[in-house]
Design a protein around this ligand. Structure first.
Ligand SMILES: N[C@@H](CCC(=O)N[C@@H](CS)C(=O)NCC(=O)O)C(=O)O
Length: 234
């Protein structure tokens, strides 16, 4: 890993946090550049795909969270040792990412109307969140190592941890029925390479009151991809 890789993201956890966690867990010395929302309109056209997070390595810029964390994980041994483990790590990364998109969508997709948002939120609370938590709890029971796959820390643990962090930040007692997940949270928090960062990481910058001052952080709504709940999109 070349010295001083740079990560560019907003001053929030959001999608960039998994990259930060992977870099810390991998022991990579990196610059954690956090762009204030207010500066985003001026900075957007410098980003490789007009979005953050992206990394800069040897003067080259790379965007998209999943390829970035795979790249770092491969170099730092966080993809799993055995080939068999690696494919499961990749699968879990994709699945957690999709679940995270589902979690965020009712909050950021301005093309959804109130009824559609309510429908999606109810489905999340009643079906998707319990399904996700149960699956990870089961994986932890099967692995019996405290890590979700195999016997060592992989980026899959970081991805699960980070997304569950988002859930816990909104509902602190959400893991009450999931003892293995509670153990997993505690285990990751105290790993030597992550402990200090997790104890000192800054809180999220608040989104500016005037939404026109900046582009909203969690990605632009994608009307074309909308495949309806109800008929109206407004
Ligand atoms: N598919 C991209 C999505 C990145 C993304 O949605 N970035 C948001 C912040 S979380 C962003 O840059 N928003 C500002 C904009 O789109 O102008 C990834 O996974 O990295």
């Amino acid at each position: 890993m070349p010295p001083k890789l740079k990560l560019v993201y907003f001053n929030i956890r959001g999608r960039g946090e998994l990259v930060r966690l992977t870099l810390h867990a991998g022991g990579v010395d990196f610059i954690d550049e956090r762009i204030p929302y207010e500066e985003w309109t001026q900075r957007k056209n410098q980003a490789p795909n007009g979005q953050v997070p992206y990394i800069v390595v040897d003067g080259k810029m790379y965007g998209e969270v999943l390829p970035i964390v795979r790249f770092i994980s491969k170099k730092c041994g966080l993809l799993g040792k055995k080939e068999d483990d690696q494919i499961y790590v990749e699968i879990l990364l994709e699945q957690v990412n999709k679940f995270r998109d589902q979690l965020i969508r009712p909050k950021v997709d301005s093309f959804l109307n109130k009824g559609q948002k309510e429908f999606l939120l109810k489905k999340l609370q009643e079906e998707e969140i319990p399904k996700f938590l149960t699956r990870v709890e089961e994986a932890l029971k099967v692995s019996r190592t405290g890590f979700v796959l195999g016997g060592e820390l992989t980026v899959a643990d970081l991805s699960v941890w980070d997304t569950i962090d988002l859930l816990v930040s909104e509902k602190p007692d959400i893991l009450g029925l999931y003892p293995k997940l509670l153990e997993h949270r505690a285990k990751i928090k105290t790993l030597p390479k992550l402990k200090k960062y997790l104890e000192t990481r800054p809180p999220d910058q608040e989104v500016p009151k005037n939404p026109k001052a900046t582009t909203m952080p969690q990605g632009s709504p994608q009307k074309a991809q909308y495949q309806g709940v109800g008929s109206s999109t407004k």
